[in-house]
Design a protein around this ligand. Structure first.
Ligand SMILES: [Zn+2]
Length: 185
């Protein structure tokens, strides 16, 4: 069963047709049941639905494994409060030459950049996954994002992002998650 969907309607549709879907934990069919929305808290607004849970039921004569699966909107990053587009925006702004603090403020409206460093850390952790994706070879060897006031790690991340953008386009997070069916971060 697919994990990332373009909208809530598509997720809802999937959870209406669970009979033949396979549990990703125990591989059984016939036991999955829809188990409510996943919502993210938002500042000054109602929590927003970003996905649905599916439960591999072991109740009422069912013999599933009792574990749950999450179906997400492809714009959602599971563990982050902000949507994936904010993370992508942060890196794009850094690539445009902004400082981390300015870029994070611009991308999220939040002035304390503490989270920005967490995001960058996670991106660095994912960088080898990004680099292992098949892609066209880079046009040039020189890394245009290596500048004296930036760390080599950040420069290399930006160059990796450049390649990701070439492959997935500006809506990098949603395209990545929907095409590869795996979490961007
Ligand atoms: Zn199961």
């Amino acid at each position: 069963m697919q994990r990332y969907y373009p909208n809530l309607q598509a997720i809802h549709q999937q959870t209406m047709q669970l009979e033949y879907a396979q549990c990703k934990h125990c591989q059984q069919t016939q036991h999955l049941v829809s188990h409510g929305f996943i919502r993210k808290k938002r500042l000054g607004a109602e929590p927003q639905a970003v996905g649905k849970r599916v439960y591999c039921s072991n109740r009422h004569h069912r013999t599933g494994c009792g574990r749950t699966m999450q179906l997400y909107l492809d714009s959602t990053i599971r563990y982050l409060h902000h949507a994936g587009c904010c993370v992508v925006a942060l890196v794009l702004l850094l690539m445009a030459g902004m400082t981390v603090q300015h870029a994070y403020h611009q991308a999220t409206g939040v002035s304390m950049p503490r989270n920005a460093y967490r995001w960058l850390h996670r991106l660095h952790m994912q960088a080898s996954v990004y680099r292992s994706l098949p892609h066209r070879p880079p046009l040039q060897d020189a890394n245009p994002f290596m500048t004296t006031h930036r760390s080599a790690r950040l420069g290399s991340l930006m160059s990796t992002f450049q390649t990701l953008l070439q492959r997935f386009g500006q809506h990098l997070c949603t395209a990545y998650q929907s095409q590869l069916q795996r979490s961007f971060l």
